[in-house]
Design a protein around this ligand. Structure first.
Ligand SMILES: Nc1ncnc2c1ncn2[C@@H]1O[C@H](COP(=O)(O)OP(=O)(O)OP(=O)(O)O)[C@@H](O)[C@H]1O
Ligand SMILES: [Mg+2]
Length: 231
């Protein structure tokens, strides 16, 4: 039984405490204002995300990922999603340039971590700790600190892994949840839909910005990310 149909994935009831997360071919941008379907995109993202979750698990991150069922499914632990999007930026690009006087390509050292309230109706607005707590999105500041700490750890692990493959991790968005025992787990996906990847040598865009900006060859670049990371 389908529990939820999102913009890019479907969540289906699985055995026991699991869900089956199916990666679809749908691509959206601008809160779903721009839509397309790209044959094979779901399978590419499922493979890419599975690889990243394996790398993160090996490095000691607790996640919802149980196994990949090719071509498009992940078997995951059921969690209650924390309604926050945790965003980490190593380089200034995209929406942040409209909010602050940063310059395109400027490096952030240390990386910037921001949080948004996960609600499309409000366009996932950025919030501070006080607002997050008032909304009941997190239990306390310690929990928010924990989310930021894990996100920075994910950033170091993936930045290093990707650099060896000739890819710069520019920025990314994470989602977290709690399982039935209250364990905080990294959930959802890590894909070119939710990260920005630039070729180290050429600066070429290898992520969903190709779709947002109509640069073309979306699938070809997702395939290249998959090839380089060995997924
Ligand atoms: N382990 C999990 N248990 C329960 N829900 C999960 C889990 N992992 C991811 N999800 C949720 O499954 C959905 C995946 O669908 P998708 O990414 O297409 O949603 P979306 O369109 O981005 O919308 P939204 O994230 O706002 O619900 C998301 O709502 C995500 O929060
Ligand atoms: Mg999503």
């Amino acid at each position: 039984m389908e529990v939820y149909k999102g913009k890019a994935k479907s969540v289906i009831e699985g055995d026991g405490d699991t869900y089956v997360m199916e990666f679809r071919n749908d691509l959206t941008a601008g809160d779903g204002a721009k839509k397309a379907s790209k044959e094979g995109k779901g399978a590419l993202n499922a493979e890419i995300s599975a690889k990243f979750f394996e790398v993160l698990i090996d490095a000691g991150i607790d996640t919802h990922f149980i196994r990949f069922e090719p071509p498009t499914k992940h078997i995951v632990k059921r969690v209650k999603i924390i309604p926050l999007e945790v965003i980490c930026r190593n380089i200034a690009t995209g929406s942040i340039l409209k909010r602050y006087p940063f310059t395109q390509g400027q490096k952030f050292n240390p990386p910037l971590v921001e949080m948004g309230y996960k609600d499309d109706a409000y366009h996932d607005p950025f919030l501070n700790d006080a607002v997050a707590l008032a909304l009941g999105a997190a239990r306390d500041v310690a929990e928010l600190d924990k989310l930021r700490e894990i996100t920075l750890k994910v950033n170091s692990i993936l930045s290093k892994f990707l650099l060896e493959k000739g890819i710069t991790l520019v920025d990314f968005k994470l989602e977290f949840g709690r399982d039935k025992d209250g364990n905080l787990l990294l959930a959802d996906e890590v894909t070119p839909d939710t990260c920005r990847f630039w070729d180290v040598e050429t600066g070429e865009i290898m992520d969903k910005d190709r779709f947002r900006q109509d640069l073309g060859d979306v699938r070809e670049f997702y395939r290249e990310v998959k090839r380089r990371i060995g997924a």
